[in-house]
Design a protein around this ligand. Structure first.
Ligand SMILES: C=CC1=C(C)c2cc3[nH]c(cc4nc(cc5[nH]c(cc1n2)c(C)c5CCC(=O)O)C(CCC(=O)O)=C4C)c(C)c3C=C
Ligand SMILES: [Fe+2]
Length: 432
C-alpha cells in the first residue's frame, strides 16, 4: 500500500546509498557548505537537533498502488499548485514527469533534490536548500492531469485527445459561482501536503524549478489547517466558521466505500484504462464572509450547519459521531433544518453518494476594507465527478443556507493517475 507511515530512519535504511536531508547537512555537506558559505558549525548543529513535534520525522512511501496524499491521514499544511504546460513537445512533457517523479520520491523520503555532492560551484545547487536538515514531515505529493492537457481550444497538443477520460471536463457553472480564471483550472496540478509548511513549500518550489521551460505555475494556494480527517485515528479539526469539519468524511479504514466512491475501476472507462486505480481531484476555493458570520447568532450558525458548534453533534441529538436523524421533528419543523448544510450533503439526499474530503483553511491577507480574504480550500477525491460531485455541488449551491456566507472564487478538476511503481514515472500508462 502507498501510505504506511515509517520513521525517517526507516526511509534512509531502505535506501542506504541515498542522503537524507539531515545526513546531507550533518555528514556530507557540513564541511563543504560551511567552507563555501561561511556557515561555521551550523550543519553539524542542525544534524544533532531533535524535533519533538509528534509528526516531525514521519515519512510516507511514495510508491504504491494509489498515489499518496489521498487516504493518507490529512497533514496539517497544504501547498497546492496548478501548472500550464508551455511546450508542445510530448517528449518534453514525459521528461518532466520523469524528473518530477524522481524529485518527488526523494523529497517525500526527506532527501535533497538532485545530487548534492556533484553540483558545480559555478552552477546553482540541485536543491533550493530551505528544507536541508528538516525531516520528511509527512510530505506527500499528489499529481493530477487537467482536461486541457488532453485538448485545448480544439488542439490535440500531445496526442492524448483519445485517452481523455469521459469524466474529465471543465466543471460546469454552479449557482452563485464568481470564479476568477486566474485561480481556476490548469493542465497539471500538484497537491503537496506536509506537517511543516516549509517542507510543503520547498516541494512545490523545487518542482516548479525543475519544470522551468516546460511548465509555468498558473496559480497556487497555501492552506494552513486541515479541515478534514481522513483516518479514524485523527481528531476532527475545525474550519474557519468555528465548526468541526470532517466528522462524517469517508475515511481510510472504510475500504469498501473507497472502492465505490474514490478509486476509478478497471472498467469505468475502457478508453481511459490508464486511470484505473486513480481518482479525480476536485478543488474549489471558497471564500467566507467571516465578519458577517462572526455577527451571526449561535442559533443561526448551528441551524445553517445542522450540527452543534461545541461538539459537532447533529441537531437531532447524540454525540459527534451519531448519525443525523433527518426525520426527527421539532416544534418548528425538522431539527436538522431543510436548508442546513449537513442535510443537503447527506448521502440520503444525494443518491447514496459519499466523497473523500481533504480541504484546508486558507487566509490570503485582507482586502482594502480590512475584511479577511479567507475561507476553505475545498479538495475532494471522487471516482466519478459526474455522479459523486457535480449533483451535490448543484444542490448545495442552490439550496444550502450557508451559501449566504460563502463565495466560490476558484475551481478545478484533474484526473489523478494511480500510484507509481519503482522504476516508473507518474502517469506512465497514459503515454504507453
Ligand atoms: C460539494 C461538496 C461540499 C462542499 C463544497 C462543502 C463545503 C463546505 N463544507 C463546510 C462545512 C461542513 N461540511 C460538513 C459536512 C459535509 N460536507 C460535504 C460536502 C461539501 N462541503 C459532505 C459530503 C459532508 C458530510 C455529510 C454527511 O455525510 O453527513 C460539515 C459537518 C461535519 C462533517 O461531517 O464533516 C461541516 C461543518 C464548509 C464550511 C464548506 C465551505 C466553505
Ligand atoms: Fe461541507
Amino acid at each position: 500500500m502507498t501510505t504506511g507511515p515509517h520513521a525517517e530512519s526507516t526511509t534512509a535504511a531502505s535506501d542506504p546509498g541515498a542522503l537524507s536531508r539531515r545526513r546531507l547537512l550533518g555528514v556530507a555537506g557540513a564541511g563543504a557548505l560551511a567552507g563555501a558559505a561561511g556557515l561555521g558549525g551550523f550543519g553539524v548543529a542542525q544534524a544533532q537537533q531533535e524535533d519533538n513535534s509528534p509528526d516531525a520525522g514521519l515519512g510516507y512511501a511514495f510508491h504504491g498502488e494509489h498515489q499518496a496524499g489521498i487516504v493518507t491521514p490529512a497533514q496539517d499544511r497544504l501547498h497546492f499548485a496548478s501548472f500550464d504546460v508551455t511546450t508542445d513537445s510530448r517528449d518534453a512533457l514525459v521528461a518532466l514527469l520523469r524528473a518530477w517523479t524522481e524529485a518527488a520520491a526523494a523529497m517525500t523520503a526527506g532527501k535533497a533534490v538532485g545530487s548534492a555532492t556533484a553540483t558545480s560551484y559555478d552552477s546553482p545547487p540541485g536543491d533550493t536548500g530551505e528544507a536541508l536538515g528538516l525531516p520528511p514531515a509527512g510530505l506527500t505529493l499528489t499529481f493530477g492531469f487537467g482536461p486541457t492537457l488532453f485538448e485545448k481550444d480544439g488542439v490535440d497538443r500531445f496526442g492524448l485527445r483519445d485517452r481523455r477520460p469521459a469524466g474529465l471536463r471543465r466543471l460546469p457553472h454552479f449557482p452563485g459561482d464568481d470564479l476568477d480564471p486566474a485561480r481556476s483550472d490548469g493542465d497539471l496540478c500538484v497537491q503537496a501536503c506536509a506537517n511543516d509548511p516549509q517542507v510543503a513549500v520547498h516541494a512545490i518550489r523545487n518542482l516548479a524549478r525543475i519544470g522551468f521551460g516546460t511548465v509555468a505555475v498558473r496559480w497556487a494556494q497555501l492552506g494552513f489547517g486541515r479541515t478534514s480527517s481522513t483516518s479514524r485515528s485523527q481528531q476532527t479539526p475545525r474550519n474557519l466558521l468555528g465548526f468541526k469539519d470532517g466528522t462524517a468524511n469517508l475515511k481510510a479504514e472504510e475500504t469498501a466505500d473507497l472502492e465505490t466512491f474514490v478509486w476509478v475501476g478497471h472498467d469505468d472507462d475502457p478508453a481511459a484504462r490508464w486511470l484505473a486505480g486513480g481518482s479525480y481531484l476536485v478543488a474549489r476555493r471558497i471564500n467566507m464572509h467571516i465578519e458577517t458570520w462572526d455577527r451571526t447568532s449561535l442559533r443561526e450558525q448551528e441551524a445553517l450547519v445542522g450540527r452543534d458548534r461545541a461538539h459537532g453533534a447533529p441537531l437531532s441529538g447524540g454525540t459527534e459521531h451519531t448519525e443525523p436523524d433527518l426525520d426527527l421533528q421539532g416544534s418548528a419543523g425538522p431539527l436538522v433544518p431543510l436548508n442546513s448544510h449537513v442535510r443537503l450533503a447527506h448521502p440520503t439526499q444525494n443518491d447514496g453518494t459519499r466523497m473523500l474530503r481533504r480541504g484546508y483553511n486558507f487566509t490570503d491577507g485582507s482586502d482594502s476594507l480590512g475584511r479577511l480574504d479567507a475561507g476553505l480550500f475545498f479538495v475532494a477525491f471522487v471516482r466519478d465527478p459526474d455522479r459523486h460531485y457535480v449533483p451535490m455541488q448543484n444542490q448545495l449551491s442552490a439550496k444550502d443556507g450557508l451559501m449566504e456566507y460563502l463565495q466560490h472564487t476558484g475551481s478545478g478538476l484533474w484526473a489523478v493517475p494511480p500510484g507509481v511503481r519503482p522504476g516508473e514515472y507518474v502517469g506512465q500508462a497514459l503515454f504507453a
